[in-house]
Design a protein. Structure first.
Length: 114
């Protein structure tokens, strides 16, 4: 399984989802988030950490797909989200295994199922 994530403007999420129609996608998850704009804007230092004084409202998109379809998804995203992304980075991660973690019926220990 492969996870692809990037930031975009919230009003482009529907367009991106539509462009990926017909490509094998297991999950399409969108989270509301903020993106710190650093380009030419004033930066404040708070407790030794540089903090941009302006934040852009954006959506974090996470797409999960099979490894065999990852190149198709990346190609579709690269050609269709160019001006729609906020950050210039698209993060691609390979997922080797997934686990379901839950509380056991006795409540004393945690049960992990692969």
């Amino acid at each position: 399984m492969v996870k692809i994530e990037f930031l975009t403007r919230p009003f482009f999420v529907g367009d991106i989802n539509e462009k990926l129609h017909g490509i094998s996608i297991l999950e399409f998850i969108v989270s509301d988030t903020k993106y710190a704009r650093h380009r030419g804007l004033p930066v404040d230092v708070v407790r030794g950490v540089e903090c941009a004084s302006e934040f852009a409202h954006c959506a974090k998109v996470e797409i999960y797909t099979r490894a065999s379809a990852a190149s198709s998804v990346i190609a579709a995203l690269s050609t269709n989200i160019g001006h729609r992304s906020i950050a210039e980075t698209m993060i691609v991660s390979a997922i080797d295994a997934t686990f379901e973690i839950g509380l056991a019926s006795d409540g004393d220990h945690t049960e992990v199922a692969a």
